[in-house]
Design a protein around this ligand. Structure first.
Ligand code: PFF
Length: 454
């Protein structure tokens, strides 16, 4: 088998392209589907507050750590740790990332498939004249069925593989650059419609007024998991993307702009969803279906709703696609660089094996509804374990690696682009990755899984 040619690795073509690709990974169903449903299940405002604190104190430092590791090593996560820490077991962090990628891709592609169903329903005008209860019913019966969710899953998986086979510059970057800005515009329009609905105020109060009595150890763990999931951190996605970023780009700027944009979009999604949730009498804690039950109601209440709905679900699908490709890329880069497969073979092997798990996730409300592990169906299990356990654990090890193993001078070299940039924030960053982030993650984690009680 041919050796992977490291001197000829693919990379992003421009600074904007790199930001767009990383933002494309971060922005996706996590912001528009997962954020609102997790906020809804965890009581609203107080959760949001904790979430924001985690983004700044933990999320941004982890993201910048991943970029540092990736760009310094010029490798997939597994290879990066092996190169930067030869002979040490740090590469296990990279392997754990590959496992997390398998799990996330499986359930995420299932939800991305729901988006295709909603594009189809938009085309055939399937929401027209339905009450809020009818729309909820429509979502439930779709999700409980077998054939259509599987079909959409398969189509989405195929699209993801198709783009990943085309490589970094011509695949990932090209799509991300054009489509993300349009999505943002649509969400802003949706927010305007949602907050002007009668009864919208209750939704805004739910989202922004903190009620700290609703906070438990598990809520805090959910907030941490959501922060990691939304920023695409903790499993090496951004180590992989970092390895494609030009040595001339400013990594800290990139990490901060990506994180702020991601957070902004999540909040906008919240503003678009919760007023409508309350206006249409939907339960905020209705779980994974929340967005799919709520949005069609809003579309019905706006002029041009038919086109708007169609365009929205198409763009949501695209946002999901720029995220699924980043997850698949983690597995493919590992297979290609470490197991010496061609890019094409790596992609085929990865997507077929993810599909086995993915089909089980898809069928979690249908044929596998009674199949439960620790009281959760396959989908819930994959979602919970990856976001709330594997990502924070990966993030913990990543900051410890940068803070305590790589150390200040090597980190400075990378963050200052070999001395050409000032990197004035360096001391603050080192303090965060050495102390604040690891202690905070460890405490939330142990508290959330019940080992420690505060
Ligand atoms: N950040 C993506 C989203 O919010 O939709 C999901 C995701 C992508 C999670 C890549 C993890 C990852 F590595």
């Amino acid at each position: 088998m041919a050796e992977f040619d490291f001197s000829n690795r693919d990379s992003f073509g421009s600074k904007f392209g790199a930001i767009a690709a990383a933002a494309g990974s971060a922005i996706g169903l996590g912001n528009i589907w997962r954020f609102p449903y997790v906020v809804g299940e965890n009581g609203g405002g107080a959760f949001l507050f904790i979430y924001l604190a985690f983004i700044f104190a933990i999320g941004i430092p982890v993201m910048l750590s991943e970029f540092t590791i990736g760009r310094k090593a010029q490798r997939n996560p597994f290879g990066a740790f092996r190169k930067l820490a030869p002979g040490k077991p740090w590469y296990l962090v990279g392997l754990m990332g590959v496992v997390a990628a398998f799990m996330i891709l499986a359930f995420y592609t299932a939800v991305a498939g729901w988006t295709l169903e909603y594009i189809y329903q938009s085309i055939v005008n399937g929401f027209a004249g339905k009450s809020s209860a009818d729309l909820g019913q429509m979502f439930d019966s779709f999700r409980e069925s077998t054939f259509r969710p599987i079909l959409w899953f398969a189509i989405f998986m195929f699209m993801t593989s198709w783009i990943v086979v085309s490589g970094v510059k011509n695949g990932i970057e090209k799509y991300a650059k054009i489509l993300m800005p349009i999505l943002l515009l649509l969400i802003i329009i949706l927010c305007i419609r949602s907050v002007t609905l009668p009864g919208a105020k209750d939704g805004l109060l739910f989202l922004f007024k903190p009620d700290f009595s609703k906070i438990t150890g598990n809520t805090i763990l959910e907030a941490l998991g959501q922060a990691f999931f939304s920023l695409s951190i903790g499993m090496g996605t951004l180590i992989t993307y970092g390895s494609y970023i030009s040595k001339k780009d400013n990594l800290a700027n990139t990490a901060v702009s990506v994180s702020l944009t991601d957070t902004f979009i999540a909040i906008m999604a919240g503003i678009a969803i919760f007023p409508a949730v309350f206006a249409f009498g939907i339960a905020p804690e209705s779980g994974e279906g929340l967005v799919y039950r709520t949005l069609p109601n809003i579309f019905q209440q706006m002029p041009g709703g038919y086109y708007f709905s169609l365009l929205f679900f198409i763009l949501l699908g695209v946002a999901a696609l720029t995220s699924t490709i980043s997850v698949l890329e983690v597995i493919v880069a590992y297979f290609a660089e470490e197991l010496k497969m061609t890019r094409k073979k790596a992609t085929i092997v990865a997507s077929l094996s993810v599909s086995v798990l993915g089909l089980m996730a898809v069928m979690s409300w249908g044929p596998l509804a009674d199949f439960k592990i620790f009281g959760k169906h396959v989908f819930g299990m994959l979602d919970f374990t990856s976001a709330n356990i594997l990502l924070p654990l990966g993030g913990l090890l990543i900051v410890i690696f940068v803070g305590w193993y790589l150390g200040k001078s090597k980190t400075k070299e990378e963050l200052s682009n070999q001395g050409t940039l000032k990197a004035k924030y360096l001391n603050l960053f080192m303090f965060l990755v050495k102390f604040i982030a690891p202690i905070a993650i460890a405490m939330v984690f142990l508290n959330g899984i019940g080992i420690l009680k505060f």
